[in-house]
Design a protein around this ligand. Structure first.
Ligand code: FAD
Ligand code: NAP
Length: 531
């Protein structure tokens, strides 16, 4: 339903964040509308329908925790939920809590202007005009697709699909020669499945990937029963982890270098067999200490060489950059796929892509004939969705100008000069460095408490102060400075987008962040001005 009108609260985006925020605002009795550019709800899980798309957070952890009956009743079949299963779950949540009637689909927010005289945001969309006292951006950290600018793209005679814009009706790839550009999480999930369906697959790799076996399997009923016997306790333990996840798999709280070579190898093997992102918890310093990092990198490279039969292909698949400096990737048969006769790897560092032609892709001196091209090229992460909207705060201040040298804000939640505007999972918060179900719930609950406080105290306007912003940005930079994640090219740094400022955008460490947010609230929303 398209619509327009004036509301207490407008939420932009109907993904996991927007749906829960809507639920909380309706509980407060505020008139609320969600505007969503897609034709249906689900956000990430609506858009990313590429073959093999699934979550890499364990199912017992990637679901809302706010409603005990919901978490007790929902059943997940496997260790990692698939895209259709998560979409079904989110639709169930929307129906269960009667959220759907409050969402305007097919409505893209194009511009938002703060009107000082009325303390309202005026919104222009491709549907109608809206206004609201509070504007909550639930537009997603990984929702603005990165479409690379490759010469000749419009000359290709077949279709080109980005993984996050896959056709809803699906695609029959049988008999087709497919090219995939990109080997991040999306590419690594899609490549094995496409290889099984297509006649031939060519993978164009810019950076080789560190990937750990997912070891997907049916969920163990005994494990599910144990979690459900104290789901609240399980979630609470989860929230104490830096990544708010993997409550079932403890971090070995010692250095990789504090044990013998033999013991280190045994622990890596054990975690490799267990599979999933818990491999990163093999030791407490593999992402921090260069020597421990070299040890884990050597272990994974040895695995790649063991799995991939052609030594030249294996070498091309072996990364030489810091293990774990990009977002962790897990796979089902990724490296094994390169042993298939119908799969070819093209190292585009050695032989760069010059152009897309009518027949396929020209890289180095070769032309690869293709029927369909897949762009698994990721996202303009964390700031892309926000900056694609023309957002103007006090005195016409534009967010694009304010963030020209990189995003700055307070707690990842509010930006000075932009009163009553909040970002869920904004840059400067741990969002993408943790189980996002937990980071989203935390932001939504903090924001609803803040708005409830304002209603109770008869306050109409809230705005982060410049001083609070300056201290917060300094804090984020200081915490991130220790991270090996600064040492390589990744979307955390904006390095995947030509011309984007290189700033480490997320804040490592969920529990201390939650503590800080609690402290701010307990001190009467310190660092924000309310009037
Ligand atoms: P989104 O789901 O991105 O929703 C944002 C919504 O805002 C979208 O529906 C979009 O259409 C809408 N929107 C944006 N701009 C506008 C506009 N101008 N006007 C109107 N609507 C707009 N996280 C994990 O923790 N674990 C995982 O295993 C995991 N797997 C992932 C797999 C994939 C393929 C991707 C892309 C991300 C994954 N993530 C994972 C991160 C994931 O994005 C979050 O877990 C979560 O789904 C984000 O929810 P959200 O509601 O904040 O944002
Ligand atoms: P990504 O990690 O940014 O990977 C994009 C890939 O495309 C990289 O290999 C990149 O190479 C390559 N690339 C980008 N631009 C290119 C260009 N112009 N020419 C050639 N190659 C190019 O994106 P993603 O795989 O979509 O994943 C993004 C994030 O979404 C993940 O990190 C994760 O947070 C989330 N995600 C999660 C899951 C999951 O949990 N199951 C699945 C998918 C996505 P470089 O590395 O050299 O830049």
């Amino acid at each position: 339903m398209k619509s327009s009108g004036s509301f207490d609260v407008i939420i932009v985006g109907a993904g996991i964040s927007g749906l829960y925020m809507l639920y909380r605002m309706r509980q407060l009795g505020l008139s609320t509308r969600v505007i969503e550019m897609a034709s249906d709800l689900g956000g990430t899980w609506y858009w990313n329908r590429y073959p093999g798309a699934r979550c890499d957070t364990d199912t017992m952890e990637y679901s809302y925790s706010f409603d005990e009956d919901l978490q007790q009743e929902w059943e997940w079949p496997e260790r990692y939920p698939t895209q259709p299963e998560i979409l079904e779950y989110l639709n169930h949540v929307a129906d269960r809590f009667d959220l759907r009637p409050h969402i305007s689909f097919d409505t893209r927010l194009e511009a938002a202007v703060y009107a000082e005289a009325t303390n309202h945001w005026r919104l222009s969309t491709d549907g109608g005009a809206f206004s609201a006292q509070f504007l909550i951006m639930a537009t997603g950290c990984l929702s603005a697709p990165n479409i690379p600018d490759i010469a000749g793209m419009d000359t290709f005679r077949g279709p080109i699909y980005h993984t996050a814009r896959w056709p809803a009706e699906g695609l029959d790839l049988s008999g087709l020669r497919v090219g995939v550009i990109g080997t991040g999480s999306s590419g690594v999930q899609a490549i094995p499945v496409i290889a099984r369906q297509a006649a031939h697959l060519t993978v164009f790799q810019r950076s080789p990937q560190w990937s750990i076996p997912a070891r997907n399997q049916p969920v163990d009923p005994a494990y599910v029963a144990a979690v459900k016997s104290d789901y609240a306790g399980f979630r609470a333990r989860n929230r104490l982890r830096p990544g708010a996840d993997i409550a079932s798999s403890p971090v070995n709280d010692f250095s990789a270098m504090s044990v013998s070579d033999e013991e280190r190898g045994r622990i890596f093997e054990e975690r490799w067999r267990q599979g999933g992102l818990s491999f990163y918890n093999s030791f407490n310093d593999i992402k921090l200490a260069p020597e421990s990092n070299r040890a884990v990198a050597d272990f994974v490279r040895a695995k790649i060489r063991e799995i991939v039969k052609d030594p030249a292909v294996a070498e091309a698949l072996c990364p030489d950059y810091t293990f774990g400096c990009k977002r962790g990737v897990i796979d089902s048969d990724y490296y094994e796929t390169f042993n298939r006769a119908n799969v070819r790897l093209v190292d585009i560092n050695a032989t760069p892509i010059h152009a897309i032609t009518s027949n396929g892709i020209r890289a180095g001196n070769a032309e690869y004939d293709l029927d369909l091209i897949v762009l698994a090229t990721g996202f303009d992460a964390m700031t892309g969705a926000l900056l694609r909207i023309d957002i103007r705060g006090r005195k016409g201040l534009s967010l694009r100008d304010k963030w020209a040298a990189g995003p700055v804000n307070y707690l990842g939640l509010g930006v000075p000069g932009f009163p009553n505007l909040f970002t869920i999972t904004g840059p400067g918060s741990p969002s993408v460095l943790a189980n996002m179900m937990m980071t989203i719930e935390h932001h939504v609950e903090w924001l609803s408490d803040c708005i409830a406080f304002m209603v109770a105290e008869d306050k109409a306007c809230i705005e982060a102060t410049e001083a609070a912003q300056a201290a917060w940005v300094a804090h984020v930079n200081e915490v991130a400075a220790d991270s090996l994640a600064l040492t390589c090219h990744s979307w955390y740094l904006g390095a995947n987008i030509p011309g984007k400022p290189r700033v480490f955008m997320p804040l490592p460490g969920f529990p201390p962040y939650v503590e800080k947010c609690n402290e701010v609230a307990a001190n009467g929303y310190e660092g924000f001005l309310m009037s």
